[in-house]
Write a protein that binds this ligand. Structure first.
Ligand SMILES: [Zn+2]
Ligand SMILES: [Zn+2]
Length: 137
């Protein structure tokens, strides 16, 4: 593996991808939809330049509606169900693609800078004080 890139994939391995080593930003989303889709308390999302994503394998798409009314394309492996990519209507013009960071092979250096939708955060969870916390988006 080239040190300029980082790899990841779904649980069963049918979907694999490569992205640059460093995400533009890493965000934790505590919104209800992310909780539901992840089956967990939150979703960790790493932002990467859209053009840099090299994807192998087939993803299925669930069209979700964000709180703002924006369509959110939640893309997952149809075989094992891992959520892998989140895309939005506005992501192409921002030049970004959003990777579910739990699918990255290496996460040791991945530290989120922002928490969004903390008004929906599970009550047992204590967040680091040096990480930005937004009640909504
Ligand atoms: Zn899979
Ligand atoms: Zn969310």
């Amino acid at each position: 593996m080239n040190e300029e890139t980082r790899q990841g994939g779904c649980l069963c391995g049918q979907v694999r991808y490569r992205v640059p080593a460093k995400p533009v930003e890493t965000v934790v989303c505590h919104c209800r939809n992310c909780q539901k889709q992840a089956g967990s308390a939150f979703s960790v999302v790493a932002f990467f330049p859209r053009d840099s994503l090299q994807l192998e394998g087939e993803l299925q798409t669930f069209e979700d509606k964000g709180t703002s009314g924006q369509t959110v394309f939640r893309r997952f492996c149809g075989n094992c169900g891992s959520p892998v990519i989140t895309d939005t209507e506005h992501a192409p013009e921002m030049g970004l693609i959003f990777i579910k960071a739990g699918t990255l092979d290496e996460v040791d250096d991945l530290v989120p800078s922002v928490h969004v939708w903390t008004e929906r955060k599970h009550c047992w969870l204590t967040l680091a004080e040096d990480q930005v916390q937004l009640e909504r988006e």
